[in-house]
Structures are given as C-alpha cells and as structure tokens.
Write a protein that binds this ligand. Structure first.
Ligand SMILES: *Cc1c(COP(=O)(O)O)cnc(C)c1O
Length: 324
C-alpha cells in the first residue's frame, strides 16, 4: 500500500497520522492556537487561529517533511533526497534532511527568490537552478534523481507528507473538538486532505472547507468538475500557486464540505487584518482561510471556526506591498 514509487499511492490511515504525530512531536513542539476578541467581534464568529507561521521553517509543510524523512528506509537515506519547489516545500525537505543527516538537493526554477535560496542553503542543502517553470524544473529533477540514484520527493502524491501534515489537525481538533468548521488553504491539497482525514476520524461533526485563489483555481475547478483540470497561475500567493490537480489529495478532497474561491485582493485584506488584529505576519496563502471566512461570514455567523495560518514567509516584495 505504501511502496515508494507506487503509481497510485493511497491515502494514509488515521493510524498512520497518529504514528506521524509521535515522530513529528520529537522534533517540533505543538504550535499555539489563539482566539482574538477583536477579530471575533469583527467577524461575528468565534475564531481560533492555528499558528503554523511559527514553525522553524515558517510553514506547516515541515511536518510532512519530517514524517517522510523519518520513515525513509535507511538504505535510501544514504543516497540522499531530491525535491523541486520554489519555496516552502523545499525548506521543509531541507530542514528534515538536516535532522536525519540525509544529503539533500533542491531544484528550483529560474529566477528564484534569493532569500529562499539562502534559507535552503543555510540548511545544508545543495540548490540547482534549472527550468523556466515548475513543470520544467520537475522534469529536470526527475531525470537528475534517476541519474544520481537520489530519492525524489514528490509535491503532493506522497502519503507520508499527508500523514505528517495531518498532525496539525490532530493538535487542532484534540485541543478544540468542538470546532464547527475548519478552513484550510489549498495549493496541491495535502493540507486539506489531511484535515479531512483527521476531522472525519476525531471530530466527525466538524465541517472542512477549502479555499484557493480565484487567480489559480486548478484544485477548486478539478474538485467541482470531479476530474483533473489545468488552470493558469496568476495569483501572487506562492503557497497557492499550483496549475494542476494532484490525484491523491483530490481523491480525499471529494469529501470536503465546501470549496471557496477568494481573490488576491481578499487575501491582502485578510493578511492586513491578521497583522493588525492578531499581531501575526502571515504570507498571503496563510491568510486565505480568514479571507474565506470574511466572504462567507453570513453562513458562518456564531460558529466556532478554526483558521489555519499555514505560513509566514512573506518575501520582501510582499511585505512592501502589505505596508504601502
Ligand atoms: C503549500 C502551502 C499551502 C498549500 O498547501 P497544500 O498542501 O499544497 O495544498 C498553503 N499555505 C502555505 C503557506 C503553503 O506553504
């Protein structure tokens, strides 16, 4: 079921996620979840913000990286791992590889964010810049992994990443099993599918709502169509910038209660609200759940709503825009 390189990986079980919680908790403390009275008043709901922006890499994905590396067979660890990404996924794998002493190579598309390159290199990973787009970088990464005998870590069709990310929702719903709704931002869908697997198991009456930018709606449109579709990526929210659907998370996400689209402008308004009312610097993707709540405030009035602030890696350009 969980063979590496399997063409059709299957979703992790709840047992897999609880096992991941044990592995991940050895390396990462539980992240805080706070409720902010002014935010509650503004939104007419009891809002609980789960702060993944305080992870050492600035984003929730590190949970998946640690679980995947922890479970990687010893023989494969010695060879090293390779991932391709523009940002948070790369930092997650590089961070986890450092913990387990595994050589790590990251392929990034051309014109990478230099701050992100520096962060990845500081974690001890080698960075190779290749390919005009993520698709081309992915093709290059696949060939390079085969040539050098490295273990290629996929973006989303990876049960161990989903199980690791699920630990966030174990923390959230163990703390607050009374949440009525959890809102999760979607790029590839690992986070939303993990939320759904955990909620159905330990908080079955909690609804799970996904949110994506209308300026990169591939996952949303695939979910509505019931089949994978490609869409242009015009959002400036890095974490949500995915142009195609991934089979494994899409399969799980069929069970979502709703999937909302917000504009990049909505994301900016939510990012500002988190900064001013929750003293939280979110990157745009991390502000998406609040943006969704604002657009659905009528439906969700009076409810207990869990918002996942998935990350805080706003780059210099994003920060400048936020403050001007
Ligand atoms: C990757 C990412 C997302 C989207 O998560 P997926 O599991 O790819 O759907 C959301 N927010 C941030 C900050 C991210 O890095």
């Amino acid at each position: 079921m969980r063979e590496r390189g399997c063409v059709h990986p299957t979703a992790p079980s709840v047992t897999d996620i609880l096992h991941a919680a044990r592995l991940v908790s050895a390396h990462l403390p539980e992240t805080p979840m706070w409720s902010y009275p002014v935010l509650n008043e503004r939104l007419g709901a009891e809002v609980h913000v789960k702060h993944e922006n305080v992870q050492p890499t600035g984003a929730f994905k590190v949970r998946g990286g640690i679980n995947l590396l922890a479970r990687l067979p010893e023989a494969r660890r010695a060879d090293g791992v390779l991932a391709y990404s523009t940002g948070n996924h790369a930092q997650s794998i590089a961070y986890a590889a450092r913990i387990f002493g595994v050589p790590c190579t990251i392929v990034m598309p051309e014109n990478p964010n230099t701050a992100k390159v520096a962060a990845i290199q500081a974690l001890g990973a080698a960075v190779e810049v290749k390919g005009a787009t993520m698709v081309e970088a992915g093709e290059y990464a696949t060939a390079l992994a085969a040539e050098r005998g490295l273990h290629l870590v996929g973006v989303a069709d990876e049960p161990d990443l989903i199980a690791g990310v699920g630990t966030l929702y174990v923390e959230m719903l163990t703390r607050r099993p009374d949440l009525d709704v959890v809102i999760v931002p979607v790029g590839s869908g690992t986070g939303a599918s993990a939320a759904l697997l955990v909620a159905r198991a330990i908080a079955p009456r909690c609804r799970v709502i996904a949110v994506q930018s209308a300026q990169a709606p591939a996952a949303h449109d695939s979910w509505r169509a019931g089949a994978p579709v490609r869409r242009p990526v015009e959002t400036v929210a890095d974490g949500l910038a995915t142009g195609s659907a991934f089979a494994l998370p899409q399969g799980v996400m069929r069970g979502l209660d709703d999937f909302v689209l917000v504009s990049d402008e909505d994301l900016r308004a939510a990012q500002w609200l988190l900064l001013t009312e929750a003293h939280t610097l979110a990157e745009l993707a991390g502000a998406a759940p609040l943006a969704a709540l604002i657009t659905r405030a009528g439906d969700l009035a009076g409810l207990k709503v869990g918002l996942v602030c998935t990350g805080g890696n706003a780059g210099p350009a994003e920060l400048h825009r936020l403050l001007s």
